[in-house]
Design a protein around this ligand. Sequence first.
Ligand code: C5P
Length: 212
Amino acid sequence: MIIAVDGPAASGKGTLAEGLAKHYGLPHLDTGLLYRAVGRAVEAYEDKPEFEQRAIAAAQTLDAADIEPEFLVTAKVGNLASKVAVIGAVRHALFDFQREFAEQDGGAVLDGRDIGTKICPDADVKLFIEADSKARMERRARQFEARGQQVDRYALYHQIEERDARDMANPNGGFYQAADAHLLDTTLLGIEAALRAAVAIIDEVMERKSKQ
Ligand code: C5P
């Protein structure tokens, strides 16, 4: 079973995807980490003319085994990730790894922005996770604070809005809700309630499919 989980920054899709992977005993790939790893690798070139070429080279040589999430989950790296994510050749270089992960025996859970539209258009179940901007900012702020990082909520709110705007305008993206994706708004839901709602959707879809 392939489960695609998409949604904007800090919508809760990563936590939800992790919970779903545990619930169904499937491997999980947070595809945002791939873009974050590429962004971090080219941080020194952010305002330089060679940024794009360096980002392409970093994506082509990225070794998933070297990804260190603890250095990647910062607002700065998230912003860099969205800058490398608009480069078509970067997306192309990361495509095969994501596709192979999804197609492993038994299936997988992948979360990101384009899983249901581009990476796994044939996924068994697609979820699109939403939450309003303030709720997303607050969740991300608490996540950073739990890691001991200082948070300026006003700046964070604007960083998330800026990243969303860049993502939505990404000409190579596919960052929209797939026509056959199920919308789950988590604004008013805690982690457990969101997980229960997602499991209910998935079980219903799979049951319907088994009868076809
Ligand atoms: O999901 P996360 O916030 O970690 O993603 C960081 C950035 O990576 C996103 O803002 C987006 O620009 C990019 N991304 C992407 N495609 C994906 C996952 C993430 O372009 N499948």
